[in-house]
Design a protein around this ligand. Structure first.
Ligand SMILES: C[S@@+](CC[C@H](N)C(=O)[O-])C[C@H]1O[C@@H](n2cnc3c(N)ncnc32)[C@H](O)[C@@H]1O
Length: 311
């Protein structure tokens, strides 16, 4: 687990910052400014910890996964859905390599926060009004990451709630480069979507999920439940691309492309190192009712024990 409080770069004596450089973080409130560059915006995603996952992303993060996809599928005219896309940087990369697709939805459960500037701090609130990040003059704090930090920030959060005028300012966590693309290309849209819920739109030809269904974030029962739902979102013959950037020496991004066939996911291609959850992918759909029932039952238990906030 990361330290739930960090000093902000550029706000401390330079000698101290030089010596302890790796402990210092950038100021995430750059996401509120209109002139933030795509690179700086993308880097700021690492500061957002929401629903038990970081919004960490990067440019050129899935080159071999994108290659696997393009080598095996003709996506001309395809409807594509990317779930857990963070600020959309990886969507931009894939879009740039695709032929003439029909639509591309950049989806994430946490696409919009509200900021309140009060008491010399910037407070970031999630859709439930819970304060998830506090940026002060010198420190960043994550009150939902640690009970102690939550208690320390509680008086400031309570004072902010008392003094705040109005509803705060919404901030869209989508990269400026993606926003520009969306303004000109009507095929590319964004949507708030929870990977644990069925997709409400028309069934996509391809669903990409990268670095979300990870064992470091969720227990196996919840991952299986999400896979069962993803399977249900696909039409027969539709595809699922799973990617994980494991931080294991000598292992690059791992990816697998799977096709829905007869109510199961069959392997089309995998990178030499298969994705971390390939065993769960192979098991999904074997006994649909039983698997889903078991997964949903144990996920309730998992939610309680992991203390994660679930919808
Ligand atoms: C580690 S980031 C991965 C970002 C991007 N896919 C990549 O590989 O660079 C995980 C993303 O999943 C999103 N997320 C977390 N829980 C989610 C859920 N239940 N449904 C959809 N997205 C979720 C987070 O907001 C975050 O943007």
């Amino acid at each position: 687990m990361r330290l739930p409080v960090r000093p902000i770069r550029g706000r401390w004596p330079s000698g101290l910052e030089r010596r302890l450089a790796r402990f210092f973080w950038m100021d995430p409130s750059v996401v509120c400014a209109d002139d933030t560059t795509p690179e700086v915006f993308r880097a700021a995603m690492s500061c957002f910890w929401l629903g038990g996952t970081f919004k960490i992303t990067g440019a050129a993060r899935h080159p071999n996964a994108d290659e696997l996809l393009i080598d095996h599928l003709d996506l001309t005219g395809a409807d594509i859905l990317e779930i857990g896309a963070s600020d959309g940087s990886t969507s931009l990369d894939l879009i740039a390599k695709l032929p003439t697709f029909a639509s591309y939805v950049v989806a994430d459960l946490y696409l919009e926060l509200v900021t309140v500037h009060a008491l010399g701090h910037t407070f970031f609130l999630d859709q439930d009004g819970q304060c998830v990040l506090v940026v002060g003059r010198r420190l960043i704090g994550w009150p939902t990451m640690s009970k102690t930090v939550g208690v320390l920030y509680a008086p400031a959060i309570a004072a902010m709630q008392r003094t705040r005028a109005g509803a705060g300012t919404p901030v869209l966590l989508l990269n400026p480069q993606l926003r520009e693309l969306m303004a000109h290309d009507g095929r590319v849209t964004h949507r708030v979507h929870d990977v644990f819920q069925p997709w409400a739109g028309s069934p996509p030809d391809l669903i990409k999920v990268a670095n979300l269904l990870r064992r470091l974030y969720f227990p196996d029962a919840m991952i299986s439940r999400a896979l069962q739902i993803l399977l249900g979102n696909l039409p027969e013959g539709g595809h699922l691309l799973i990617v994980d950037n494991a931080r294991i020496k000598g292992i690059g991004p791992r990816a697998g492309l799977y096709r829905r066939a007869e109510g199961r996911l069959t392997t089309v291609a995998e990178t030499p190192d298969a994705p971390e959850i390939s065993d769960l992918i192979r098991a999904v759909g074997q006994e649909p009712d039983l698997a889903l029932g078991e997964a949903m039952g144990s996920s309730v238990q998992a939610d309680v024990s992991a203390g994660t906030r679930r919808r």
